[in-house]
Each structure stands twice: as C-alpha cells, then as structure tokens.
Write a protein that binds this ligand. Structure first.
Ligand code: TRP
Length: 370
C-alpha cells in the first residue's frame, strides 16, 4: 500500500529508515544509563532525534531544561497516547519542567471538533489519565491552546509569538513542508510552533533547552518551528534550537497506526476486561501460522505480531521474559492463542490498577492547569 505520512494523516506501511533519511533525523544512540533504564529508550521505541545532545548536556551539568509536548483530545485516550504520556512522566522524573498543550484549537481547525468537546475529553479522559499514570503537579503546566493562562502576561506572550512566527514564515516553506495546506492548518502549525517555542520567552523560562517528544508524523511541525525560530531577530533573545525525539507508532489491533477514529484499532484506558478480551481475541493481528501444525513447524514472527508488540512497548517490562516469549514464538513452542491470553492477562492487570488510580485522579486536575 502507498503510504502517506503528514501531521494530519498517517496511512499504509511505515518505513522508518526511509523517513529518517528523507526528514534528516538521526537515530538515537549512546544514551546515558538514566535514559536506557527506561524501556522506551532501551527497546528503541523512542528511536530518533534532532539535537538531543543539548538535553543530555543539561542533564549532565544539572542545568534546567523543559519538556514540551501536546495531544489533540479527539476520541478516547488509548494505549498509543500512553506512549507520549509515559515520556512526559519520564522527563518529569529526570528533573525537567513540563509544558503540556491540550491542542483544542488544532482539533477544531484540523478535525472540526468543537472546543467544548475537546474540553470535556481533556478533563474527563486525557488529563485524568496523565495523572493516573504518574504525572505530578510540581513543575508542570497543562494548558489549553484556546486558553493559555489566567496570567495575562504569559497568555499575551504566547499569542503574540504565534503572530511573530507568522511574519517570519513564507508560503513556499509551508508548501514544501506540508504539501497541500489550508489557512486553518497553517494557523494550527503556527500555534504548535508557538507551543514549542514559548517556554523560552521572558514571560516563561527565558532561553532554555526544550525537548519535544512526538510521533514521527509531527516532524514537519518541528522542522517549521526550528527553521522559523532561527530567523527571528530582535526584539527577542535568540531561541535555543529545539530538540526533539521520535517514537514509533503503537500498532493498531489489526496493524497500521492505532487511531482514535477507529474503535476496533485501539485499546482505551477505560476499556473493561471483557472489551480487552474481545478486542485481542477477535482483532489482534497475529504473526503466527494459519494452522497449528504449520505453527509448530515454522514458528511465528514476533515483529509483526500485534500482541508481542504491545508486550514490547509497555506490558512486559521484564526484558528476559520478553526475550523468552520471542524465542518460544519463533520456534513454534508458543502458540498465537497462548500469546494472546498472556497479553490479555498483562493488559487487564495493568488496566485494573490504572482504573483504580483514575478514580482518584479526577479531583486533582485543577492543580495542573494554570
Ligand atoms: N499536533 C499534535 C497532535 O496531533 C498536538 C500538539 C499541539 C503538539 N501542540 C504540540 C505536539 C506541541 C507536540 C508539541 O497530537
């Protein structure tokens, strides 16, 4: 299948190596232990970067840095979104200050979702999940793009920056980065650039290294923000070039990217045990062979098996166990049905605990939104 990958559409098979080459992104390697202790980095789920050295240096020299990212609150919060949430929490534990955008303006401009719906999804689902996953209120600002802050100085600075960025962008550059683009999407890209750059304004932290963890489809936004930011001269102090990291997509149940617009592609963090059983048994794409006899003889392929990928991305933190599952699957000793049941058990155990934490999380939201 022909693949398409833009910030607003991901379709078909994704050739990550080709994307890295086309976009000019570097593979992540030689990370310090504080990074590889986290399975996302160790297992190369976060696999590429721009300018990560600035962040590694800040950490090494105990200098402050910021982690900035955001999510569009369209549809249910699922285990693919959890990838980004886990990185937020990782950087918070590393000592970063966090800026987290609820991209409600983007959801309106690019997905036609009313602001009220975004507000509801963010408060009842997205932010509640961030908190239940371990996000702490200290050193953390969550804001809505449509309502940056009750502190007018900060809010004005953010929207002013979006306009200054517009002044420094060209139409040709938009066409080169995005291909076909509408005025609404241009505005959304510029607002995202303001999201990523505004932590460095005097009204926020002042010039500071900022890392933006994203899925690789977001790189066009990063390229645009990086390019424009380096062209702005006075009246602002120069921006320190943005750093970014890229994670692989969580595969959808039947392959492709997990997407909130297709309920049979995702496992939501609010799914019940029965939902998980049904979804995994019925929809999870298997890397096993069509018959038992053939499977015993030829073995399965963990690299394309969706259950194995879920275990690898999150649900089997023990490397040795994961390795054994992979070996047994390849040799034919472990059957698809067995791998599915194991995955169901791991996911439901996680969700049961998570859903208890969610119950409590809702009442704390006001501590996170400034
Ligand atoms: N465009 C992102 C998405 O589709 C959301 C987003 C808005 C974002 N602002 C951001 C991501 C700043 C990273 C940094 O989900």
């Amino acid at each position: 299948m022909q693949s398409t990958i833009t910030p607003w559409e991901v379709k078909g098979d994704i050739d990550y190596d080709k994307l890295l080459r086309e976009f000019g992104i570097s593979p992540l390697k030689d990370l310090p232990k504080v990074f590889t202790d986290d399975l996302l980095f160790r297992r190369k789920i976060v696999f590429a970067h721009r300018d990560i050295q600035k962040i590694l240096d800040a950490k090494k020299n105990s200098k402050p840095f910021v982690m900035m990212t955001g999510l569009m609150p369209t549809g249910k919060f699922h285990i693919g979104h959890m990838l980004i949430a886990r990185q937020m929490i990782f950087y918070q534990q590393l000592g970063a200050k966090l800026y987290i955008a609820v991209a409600d303006i983007e959801a309106f401009l690019a997905r036609n979702q009313p602001l009220e719906q975004s507000y509801q999804n963010a408060v009842e689902d997205y932010i509640t999940n961030y908190i239940a996953l371990g996000l702490k209120p200290d050193n953390c600002e969550i804001y809505f793009q449509s309502k940056r802050s009750s502190d007018a100085k900060k809010a004005n600075a953010y929207y002013r920056l979006q306009n200054i960025l517009a002044k420094h962008a060209t139409f040709n550059e938009f066409k080169a980065v995005y291909g076909d683009i509408s005025p609404a999407k241009m505005v959304a890209s510029l607002l995202q650039a303001a999201d990523m750059l505004h932590p460095q304004l005097a009204e926020c932290e002042g010039p500071i290294p900022v890392v933006v963890p994203v899925g690789i489809d977001q790189d066009p936004h990063i390229r645009l923000a990086r390019d424009i930011s380096q062209r702005i001269k006075l009246p602002m102090p120069p921006f320190i070039q943005l750093s970014s990291t890229y994670n692989a997509f969580m595969p959808g149940l039947s392959g492709g990217k997990m997407s909130s617009s297709d309920p049979n592609s995702f496992i939501a963090l609010t799914d019940t045990k029965a939902d998980v059983e049904k979804k995994i048994r019925k929809y999870a794409f298997s890397g096993g062979q069509p018959t038992l006899e053939e499977h015993r003889r030829k073995g399965g392929d963990p690299d394309i098996d969706v259950c194995f990928q879920y275990l690898k991305f999150f649900f089997e933190p023990d490397d040795k166990k994961l390795e054994k599952l992979s070996k047994d699957y390849k040799s034919g000793k472990l059957l698809t049905g067995e791998l599915k049941e194991y995955t169901i058990k791991k996911i439901t155990e996680f969700l049961e605990e998570h859903q208890k934490r969610r119950e409590k999380a809702g009442s704390f939201i006001s501590k996170y939104i400034r």
